[in-house]
Design a binder for this molecule. Structure first.
Ligand SMILES: [Zn+2]
Length: 234
């Protein structure tokens, strides 16, 4: 279980015992030793929903800063990590600009720096799962509550392929509003990426768009740059 038998502080038990005093009484307390943290962080990363191997690939250090836009994206990410100047973070626009990379980099930094778990919510796949349990009120509400409560949530590719004809299904919009509104009320860190601009998202669903705006401002980045994935092949 990742115990470190070399550790001087806990002698390999993983626990640090101490005492505290309150109203003249002495209490014993115990906490995890710091040597346990790397294993704990690893467990969190393995449960987040991101393929574990992706973390090495999608780190902040690996983010290619070769355009003004990429520089801006990285600066927004760093400012957010250092100052938490907003509840959320949003990258909107073209694919291939590194939106997913920068969001996963921020998520893993939060987990590594604060030992707080994050959860990856890939819109396309997860919305189908949520819709499939909608008939079961209890199961559905449990899922919504779980997604509302998780400390850090990354909603990737919001509304991707949701459009049906010229409309967005009401069910999809309602599900996303419930999650995002709960997180907005409770000020839970939430990252967003989408191929739609925030204006388009607001046109699709005004309530959801305005919540995202309030959570992310001023960390809202429009990504319109050239497709770097394509460029690299030429
Ligand atoms: Zn230790």
């Amino acid at each position: 279980m990742g115990l470190n038998f070399e550790c001087e502080k806990c002698k390999g038990t993983g626990l640090i015992w101490g005492t505290s005093e309150s109203n003249g009484l002495i209490y014993e307390n115990v906490r995890d030793c710091d040597c346990m943290l790397p294993a704990k962080i690893d467990r969190m990363l393995k449960k987040s929903g991101v393929d574990y191997e992706k973390y090495a690939e999608m780190s902040l250090g690996n983010f290619l800063v070769d355009t003004d836009e990429a520089t801006k994206m990285r600066n927004i990410a760093t400012a957010f990590l250092e100052t938490r100047n907003s509840v959320g973070l949003g990258f909107f626009g073209k694919s291939g600009t590194g939106k997913t990379h920068i969001c996963i980099a921020v998520c893993q930094e939060i987990t590594r720096q604060t030992v707080m778990p994050h959860r990856y919510f890939s819109y396309r796949g997860e919305i189908q799962k949520l819709k499939s349990v909608m008939y079961d009120k209890e199961a559905y509400e449990r899922k919504i509550a779980e997604l509302s409560r998780v400390k850090v949530l990354y909603v990737d590719d919001l509304y991707k392929l949701a459009k049906n004809g010229d409309k967005f299904p009401m069910q999809d919009l309602q599900i996303m509003y419930s999650i995002i509104n709960n997180r907005y009320i409770n000020k839970r860190a939430t990252l967003f990426s989408s191929e739609y601009s925030l204006k388009e998202i607001t046109d699709i669903d005004e309530a959801t768009g305005s919540r995202i705006y309030d959570m992310c401002y001023p960390n809202i980045c429009k990504c319109e740059g050239e497709n770097r994935r394509l460029r690299r092949k030429h």
